[in-house]
Design a protein around this ligand. Structure first.
Ligand SMILES: [Zn+2]
Length: 227
């Protein structure tokens, strides 16, 4: 664990900025920098960053300079992992995890996505689950954040559903971990805010999947009903 002085030093070195430095315990705004070329900069950063590994500190420095999304994502993964006070993950042991299906192996899909999009940084569980009955909408997957558990609708373990589409659903649920839900300024609960949507579009076969979904909605509903 770093001392506050070392953290300040490291960040000044990585950014090339000089700033006044303070730690905060905020729940939402965890990093903020005020000031400009006329007024001395002032960085306020959450206490949890005293425990940040070097790659996260480098991301913080890049973010302070460029506000880029990749750094933002690395920081968010770190924050999310640090701030999971509500850790119910031991309960997952009691939940049956089933990753291999008839056709698709969810663990393999998850691992591939974790490596390609998230630098292998996510540590979540994934399982096939029975589709809900009597729904008038289709739930392809769900993420349970305090369990760090993704459930994927077993209906998709079928050649009708392209590999790319199943992968997108897994990616989508993993994104829920990286881009947590929040309450917007009007007090609405936002699960798929602008940041989430922008990140989702980074999925390589995103437009293929959207086209496939539009073209096959009716058939999917029929399959759902037949479950
Ligand atoms: Zn979602």
């Amino acid at each position: 664990m770093l001392t506050p002085e070392t953290l300040a030093q490291v960040l000044q070195e990585y950014t090339g900025f000089k700033f006044d430095f303070m730690l905060n315990d905020n729940r939402t705004c965890m990093i903020s920098m005020k000031g400009n070329r006329f007024f001395k900069k002032r960085l306020s950063i959450h206490r949890m960053f005293l425990q940040a590994p070097d790659d996260v500190l480098q991301a913080v420095a890049r973010f302070l300079k460029k506000r880029d999304k990749k750094s933002n994502r690395i920081i968010n993964v770190f924050i999310q992992n640090q701030s999971s006070h509500l850790d119910h993950t031991p309960k997952v042991k009691k939940i049956t995890i089933k990753t291999t299906g008839v056709l698709y192996d969810l663990q393999a899909i998850y691992d591939e996505i974790n490596q390609y999009y998230f630098d292998k940084k996510l540590d979540l569980k994934i399982t096939w689950s029975k589709p809900g009955r009597g729904l008038n909408h289709i739930v392809f997957g769900r993420y349970f954040d305090t369990l760090k558990l993704i459930r994927i609708n077993q209906m998709m373990d079928d050649p009708f559903f392209p590999y790319e589409f199943v992968s997108l659903v897994v990616y989508h649920e993993m994104l829920h971990h990286v881009v947590p839900s929040y309450y917007d300024q009007k007090g609405h609960f936002r699960q798929h805010g602008p940041v989430f949507k922008a990140e989702e579009k980074k999925f390589k076969q995103y437009s293929f999947c959207q086209k496939w979904l539009r073209a096959n909605k009716k058939e999917i509903f029929n399959r759902q009903k037949a479950q």
